[in-house]
Design a protein around this ligand. Structure first.
Ligand SMILES: Cc1ncc(COP(=O)(O)O)c(C=O)c1O
Length: 401
């Protein structure tokens, strides 16, 4: 019999990847399923980036690169941090990995051991707890409230810190809630962290360019330079440049940490794909105007979907400040019954009912640590979104309350 490790048994498959796969299977079986589960832009990677990849291939950039990323890409990342975030990182303080996910994985595997705590504000991106568990660490969840816009408060942060805390993971704009921290809010969290020098901070800034209503993005090391020597500033090209499949993420942080991560990477992937790294240089150094154009498209979709959801009896939704997810409450439907008598007791039941009765796939809030909500991606066409909202309304209306 195949024997799997305890470390593997501690983790679950990623619920968003599983949901995407389920949609594909149901479609293949002939069901007219709408999937609003995708965590990726529906736009094509801009042409100049694809052309840069083709040119890199033609020029024979087909070999192993430096484990931590090509010098060209690490320089482009350093320019990006300086230009967009006012952060000075030397190339020795930068690592490139196979997606931001691998960068996070590396950082946690290098620094978290048995019993070490990682503070994870909820709602959270599904992978933070599982990567922590894989490393033998303990995710310490801090429930953020809808009343604070699902943001971590300084008081809650203070309460969550213990002598075993290794990291705080801050994700702004947040997947799934869309919460985006202001400069003042980050400064208030920084003031708490100043008092606890043993706590390091991982900022996951992957949705940096997807903020709405002209909000300005800030990252912690920029707002609180005194924390820079214990902050890992994580970002990537997946979301802003519609490059999810290219698998390029990066981070800036203290040299000792970056060196450790490169050491681990040298024994896993040997570094990110060479062609994709050349494409990422073109993304970071090239024209940026399409980012604003995409943002406008996303904002119009956000407005449409939020207003449609708010009209549905039993559903509530606050407009997200960033990212491309609506994180809606289904609390008003809890305890309702389906026509064949099944009681909706959780977001899991609601999401299952949507799929069963309306062929609509969304994600249960329980996967993100908030069971009263569900997540719907608006990185899809207006037509799909309005059909999705129609199906949600029909599924809610069919419940007996
Ligand atoms: C919050 C968050 N961080 C990181 C990632 C991973 O990004 P990448 O494609 O760079 O691995 C995602 C992808 O969904 C995400 O939502």
């Amino acid at each position: 019999m195949l024997r799997l490790t305890d470390r593997l048994n501690r983790i679950q498959p990623s619920p968003s990847s599983m949901a995407g796969q389920r949609v594909r299977e149901l479609r293949a079986a002939g069901r007219d399923v709408i999937g609003l589960t995708a965590g990726e832009p529906d736009f094509e990677t801009p042409l100049h980036i694809r052309e840069a990849a083709a040119a890199a291939m033609a020029a024979g950039k087909t070999r192993y690169t430096d484990v931590g990323g090509t010098a060209e890409l690490r320089e482009a990342v350093a320019r990006k941090f300086r230009r967009e975030n006012g952060l000075d990182y030397a190339t020795s303080e930068i690592i490139v990995g196979t997606g931001a996910k691998q960068v996070i994985f590396n950082a946690i595997l290098c620094t978290v051991q048995q019993g070490d705590e990682v503070i994870v504000p909820a709602p959270y991106w599904v992978s933070y707890p599982d990567i922590t568990l894989f490393a033998g660490g303990v995710p310490v969840f801090v429930a953020c409230q809808p009343q604070t816009g699902f943001k971590l408060t300084p008081e809650d942060l203070e309460r969550a810190i213990s002598p075993r805390s290794r990291w705080l993971i801050l994700n702004s704009p947040n997947n799934p809630s869309g919460a985006a921290y202001t400069r003042e809010e980050l400064a208030a969290l920084a003031a708490v962290l100043e008092r606890h020098p043993h706590v390091w901070v991982m900022t996951d800034d992957i949705y940096e360019h997807l903020t709405y209503d002209n909000a300005t993005f800030f990252t912690l090391a920029q707002v609180a330079p005194s924390l820079k020597d214990r902050t890992l500033t994580i970002n990537g090209v997946s979301k802003a440049y519609a490059m999810t499949g290219w698998r390029i993420g990066y981070a800036g942080g203290p040299t000792a940490l970056v060196k450790a991560m490169v050491k681990l990477q040298s024994q896993s992937t040997s570094g990110a794909n060479a062609i994709a790294q050349a494409a990422a240089v073109a993304a970071l150094d090239g024209p940026q105007d399409f980012i604003a154009a995409n943002r406008e498209v996303f904002q119009a979709r956000r407005d449409a979907v939020v207003s449609a959801l708010r009209k549905i009896d039993g559903i509530d939704c606050q407009p997200p400040a960033g990212a491309f997810y609506a994180f809606a409450s289904c609390e008003g439907l809890i305890s309702a019954r389906t026509p064949d008598g099944k009681v909706i007791q959780s977001s899991d039941d609601w999401v299952a009912w949507l799929l069963e009765s309306q062929n609509l796939a969304v994600l249960q809030g329980s996967a993100y640590g908030v069971d009263s909500h569900f997540r719907l991606s608006f990185a899809t066409s207006m037509a799909q979104l309005s059909e999705g909202a129609r199906r949600i309304e029909a599924a809610a209306a069919a419940l007996i309350r």
